[in-house]
Design a protein around this ligand. Structure first.
Ligand code: HEM
Length: 415
């Protein structure tokens, strides 16, 4: 007899879309179990949350990723044929390419390019009325990451290409026009990047040594073959798109500085405090709700049966808010990260486990660097006011964002 609680609803996809980030946790609380089953996207699915569950989920001997991500996510967010759906040797070969780009020098360079963009924009904000931080940061990140990656991007193209990145990020958990914008955005962006890969390969577009464009164009799989142009585009977009997605975390950081003004002084000139603050932003605010995998071979764990082929979802947001891992999880308290060491199964805003051997996000170092730059710029490079606006986070929207996009006004340069 299975000890696993089962959600009796014949199909819970709409409930998941309606309840959003709280869907898994609210049922875990109801059933008194961090493991339950539900029918999602027309198939029985095991939902998990918490540190022991994350440790299980990131055991690549037990789970595979091939066929785990729903098709609608592949057609919008991740693309098809990319690193997210690979396993074993094919995954390690592809993931090494990503990780080879994440040297401390390369991460710092991207942070510097972003900070330079930001400083150059301050005079424009000084002259303008209220500006939407989300829109501004997205375009700055797009310019910075394209320069960093060796991707040419003319100024008149910035808004359109940034909108394509946003369309991909915002569409997988939606239905209707937002979903279709995601598919169209992906199609256009893949065409754009595949063309650049072709040109880099024949030498008509210079791809600087060490650039992401060069690494992707020249990457060979574990059998020594170049990537098909469309998959090369998917992988280069796996660097551009999520870098632009850091705009959400920058808005959350601005929101946290607004809601906890004492931290403005604490982070100023203090690298450690800035890091704690950034980590707490990544823990506290919702971004990726869940990660998906499939059971390789049937097994039992803590009295729960995991049949071969079953889809399993790990609740990332719920794990970052699990009371067994995080005392007072609903309070924003950066000081909880004082003296903290990486906890690859309890702190999973960008996935958990091992970077090379598993599917943990390849861009965590970049994310942290860009967020630290943003917090430093918000607290030392400018003064600004936050006019009345709608800053409420809707936890049923995935991914969520304050409706206003965070307006700032009366910006003044201070350094
Ligand atoms: C906005 C901040 C970001 C968030 C919230 C985020 C989140 C995630 C999550 C949840 C995963 C999947 C983990 C799993 O499947 O178990 C992931 C994977 C990945 N991320 Fe990020 N990410 C962010 C930024 C970045 C950046 C800046 C890059 C690169 C420049 C990046 C590149 C990747 C890649 C390549 C993967 C696939 C890894 C694999 O399948 O082995 N991400 N990310």
């Amino acid at each position: 007899m299975s000890a696993t609680p089962a959600d009796r609803s014949p199909e819970s996809t709409l409930a998941f879309l309606r309840e959003g980030y709280r869907y898994v946790s609210s049922r875990c609380e109801r059933y008194g179990s961090d493991v339950f089953t539900a029918r999602l996207l027309l198939e029985r699915t095991i939902c998990l949350r918490g540190r022991p569950a994350a440790e299980l989920f990131y055991d690549t001997g037990r789970f595979r990723r091939a066929g785990a991500m729903p098709k609608r996510g592949q057609r919008t967010l991740t693309g098809q044929g990319g690193v997210q759906g690979l396993d074993d040797a094919a995954h390690t070969a592809r993931k090494s390419m990503f990780l080879s780009l994440m040297t401390p020098g390369a991460v710092r360079l991207l942070g510097q390019l972003f900070a330079d963009e930001w400083r150059a924009r301050i005079p424009v904000w000084e002259a303008d009325g209220p500006v939407v931080l989300y829109d501004e940061v997205a375009r700055m990140l797009m310019r910075a990451v394209c320069a960093w990656a060796g991707v040419p991007l003319a100024e008149p193209e910035v808004a359109r290409r940034t909108a394509q990145m946003h369309a991909m990020i915002e569409s997988p958990a939606t239905i209707g026009p937002r979903y279709w914008r995601g598919r169209l955005g992906r199609r256009a962006a893949e065409r754009w990047i595949a063309d650049l890969v072709d040109r880099a390969r024949v030498g008509t577009l210079p791809a600087p040594e060490g650039s992401a464009l060069r690494a992707v164009a020249e990457h060979r799989d574990e059998q020594g073959r170049l990537l098909p142009r469309r998959i090369a585009a998917v992988e280069l977009l796996n660097l551009l798109r999520p870098t632009v997605a850091v705009d959400r975390y920058v808005v959350f950081a601005a929101l946290a500085l607004h809601d906890h003004p004492a931290w403005r002084d604490r982070v100023r000139g203090d690298d450690d405090a800035t890091e704690w603050f950034v980590q707490e932003v990544r823990r506290y605010y919702p971004f990726f709700p869940v990660a998906a995998a499939r059971v390789r071979q049937s097994f039992d764990w803590q009295g729960h049966h995991f049949p071969r082929g079953r889809r399993v979802l790990l609740d990332l947001y719920g794990t970052n808010h699990h009371p067994d891992v995080w005392p007072e999880p609903e309070r924003f308290r950066p000081e909880r990260f004082t003296g903290w060491r990486d906890d690859p199964y309890g702190f999973v805003p960008q996935g958990g486990g091992d970077h090379l051997g598993g599917h943990r996000c390849a861009g965590e170092w970049i994310t942290i660097e860009l967020m630290k730059q943003a917090v430093t710029l918000l607290t030392t490079a400018m003064r600004y006011e936050v006019p009345p606006q709608d800053l409420a986070l809707d936890l049923s929207r995935m991914p969520t964002l304050p409706p206003s996009g965070f307006l700032v006004e009366n910006v003044r340069r201070t350094d």
